[in-house]
Design a protein around this ligand. Structure first.
Ligand code: JFZ
Length: 322
């Protein structure tokens, strides 16, 4: 266990990337600004499945440049990247054969940004992990949804197209996609970052996933699988725990503004000084800082984020350790 965690414990600083179809509406739907985090817009605005899926043919992020993103992470002093391979909207940001709602099969872009990132990370010598929403999936029949607004229990679905059986969703989409992600990207992923487990993820169903994960003895995965599994890492979100987590590895994930996925009008960016203080506070308590960027619908990293990351890196060059 210790050998497996060694690189992660030394890393201290990583880049979270939330990027998907939600970068197209960018916080606005039917002319209305939708409150809350940008990647939740489908749920928050109760967007029908067919309308949301209609975003895919409009997604052509030709400004995406894996080399520049990896170089940006390195310039900031980051040692790893974790990118959304599939968020709660169910859209896979890689070439998936298991499900055709994905960037390679469903968009004019046709490329596989996860593959491009994996190749660049290997070239530039940094670790890469995949966020995967294993439980919530708002466009696959049987996928779970957490409650928003007036959505009704027990499923909190808002469109009949979401109805189905969770186990079937898991066995026909989530597990096959996890297998693809684990098998098809060379040395990567170094990390699988699960999210938002619901009671649907019983110990029995989670065990089906763990059986797959266990075939990759170097893999690190977080505490958000569900089914009672504690995983390798605690994941305090948007805060720094007062004393860390004695006996546990941990990673604070944070946004620079108030959203993970790109929102065109969220300009509430933290200062570089605040980002640096957070990094130092977290490192002093033995944790890692996973700091988010949210590329836009062209695949371009917002300039406010680029500037801050360069400033953090500059400070570390002068004051940090090698
Ligand atoms: C989840 C996602 O729903 C969100 O879109 C984003 O990806 C974020 C990193 O993770 O949101 C959460 C998950 C857990 C908590 C809060 C928000 N939590 O434990 O307080």
């Amino acid at each position: 266990r210790d050998a497996r965690m060694a690189w992660w414990r030394e890393a201290r600083f990583g880049m979270f990337i939330h990027w998907g179809l939600y970068s197209i509406p960018a916080g606005t739907w039917n002319g209305k600004q939708i409150p809350g985090i940008g990647e939740w817009i489908m749920n928050t605005a109760s967007i029908p499945v067919a309308d949301y899926k209609a975003l895919a043919p409009k997604f052509n992020p030709t400004g995406f440049n894996a080399h520049d993103i990896v170089a940006l992470a390195k310039a900031a002093g980051m040692k790893y990247i974790v990118i959304t391979s599939k968020h709660h909207d169910g859209f896979a940001m890689y070439d998936s054969k298991a499900n055709d709602f994905n960037i390679a099969a469903g968009t004019p872009f046709k490329r596989d940004p996860i593959k491009e990132l994996a190749e660049e990370c290997k070239k530039q010598g940094i670790k890469l992990g995949f966020y995967y929403s294993q439980d919530q999936d708002w466009t696959a029949p049987g996928g779970a949804a957490l409650k928003t607004g007036d959505h009704q229990p027990p499923t909190y679905h808002w469109d009949k197209a979401q109805d189905g059986n969770f186990q079937q969703y898991l066995e026909t989409k989530a597990i096959p996609q996890l297998k693809e992600l684990l098998a098809n990207y060379g040395d990567y992923p170094a990390v699988i970052w699960f999210d938002t487990p619901t009671p649907d993820m019983t110990p029995q169903l989670a065990a089906e996933i763990v059986t797959v994960l266990n075939q990759y003895p170097k893999l690190i995965w977080n505490n958000r699988l569900g089914g009672g599994y504690k995983g390798d890492t605690e994941t305090p979100e948007q805060f720094i725990p007062a004393q860390g987590y004695p006996g546990r590895d941990w990673e604070s994930c944070m946004t620079m503004n108030d959203t993970w996925g790109y929102k065109s009008y969220d300009k509430n960016f933290k200062s570089t000084e605040t980002l640096l203080r957070n990094l130092i506070d977290i490192a002093s308590k033995g944790g890692n800082y996973l700091l988010n960027i949210g590329p836009d619908s062209h695949g371009v990293v917002p300039p406010e984020e680029v500037v801050r990351l360069h400033q953090v890196g500059k400070w570390l060059d002068v004051n940090g350790e090698a």
